[in-house]
Design a protein around this ligand. Sequence first.
Ligand SMILES: [Zn+2]
Length: 167
Amino acid sequence: MLTYTCSCCGETHAGSPSFGYKAPHYYDLLSDEDKTQTAELDDDICVIGTDEQCDRFVRAILEVPILGSVEPFLWGVWVSLSEASFKRYLMTWDEPDESDSYFGWFSNRLPHYPDTLNLKTSVRPRKGGLRPCLVLEQSDHPLAMHFHQGLSAEEAQQIAERVMHPQ
Ligand SMILES: [Zn+2]
């Protein structure tokens, strides 16, 4: 298990880090008025826009392996899906087909990394009421490299400190 003395607050933080976003980045950019009038948001799904022109998001889990640790670094993040994928996602909500895979654009900005918006992902639904897993397309983006190769415990600590103690 990852345990470390925090360089920010001096306390011992134990357990692999797990952080989630309540909404896609684009939702956070909306005015309060637009949030209530043109958007819908719950724990798993977000729609922004009108029927003719809208963006559809789902929440998924990104598991980044920490080298030397059993538990991964978890990010609860949002990705945008095409209309067809989104419809299928909702239609199979109660009985997800684990052979499905939906293309999605990464829709949050993670701290520490170069901009993570619009990284290419695939969304893999899971049975048992679990949030879908996210797979990042191979690229030289540091988050994609961490996803495929793992990150060091030291770097995991740095990222966690940055999330827990912003400025
Ligand atoms: Zn701390």
